[in-house]
Design a protein around this ligand. Sequence first.
Ligand code: G1P
Length: 300
Amino acid sequence: MSQRINRAIVPAAGLGTRMLPATKSQPKEMLPVARKPVVQYVVEELQGAGLDQILVITGRRKRAIEDHFDPDPFLLSSLEQAGNELLLAELSSLQSRARFFYTSQSSPRGLGDAISLGTEFADGQDCVVALGDSLIAGSQPSDPLSAMMRAHVDLKAAAIVAVEEVPAEDTFRYGIVSPASGDLPTGEPIRMKDIIEKPPRGTAPSNLAVAARYVFSPAIFEALPRVFPDRKNEIQLTDGIRLLIQQGLPVYAWLLPPENRRYDVGNFESYFRTFIDFALADERYGYMVRQYIKAKAYEL
Ligand code: G1P
């Protein structure tokens, strides 16, 4: 009988160089998007999908992430004394449902290397990987992961990888998958024929880019130690997935639906877009932001 998937690994060890100086002394995963830091959205998405054991792979200058998820009894009691029910509720939901574990990747040896630090944590079980610098939009951001986890168990998959369509000229920035059949319907697992990390311009086999959410069987932890480092001396997760395919194991792509599109905060351009869209969608301040942007648009 298959066990319920309850473990998730959140890599958050990147140096954030593309977002300096904002990331000089804090990780990009702690940058605010509307009212919350990026990594809080990721954790809430995981909790919403029933994942309650969360391993965060940190790096240098990542203490702020641990602090953020640590209970702060003094803060809670001062809010209580002040009768600030709204903030109290928001803060306690942050700490309630998951257990956090941390480990650190001391040198930047790639995403595959970071995930392999979760081998003992996964302990021979299926687990989810959610990149800490990517957000899933929508009123139900956990829906894609929940569906991927169900499909993973039903199909006894070795891996299910969320993908999104990107413009042909951008494929060199992503892991790109090659599905076994031409058409990739939204929200359904389709067998993957191949996967390649950041193909040189003009060589991508499709415009389906790996979109920061994965479900893995323990086979990935056997594959990663066998991956050769790339030209930058990094171990790529994509290359580990490629080994699974080459072993003949069932690996699937899963196209994110438009209402659950992925936002990435790896560079300023996409961070600004993310901030604006999430601020507009904010239930408390969205209306005010919309009014402001409408008025501002006349001046531009
Ligand atoms: C990583 C992965 C890549 C994926 C991307 C977005 O790249 O290596 O396969 O497409 O995240 O999820 P990075 O953005 O860290 O360079």
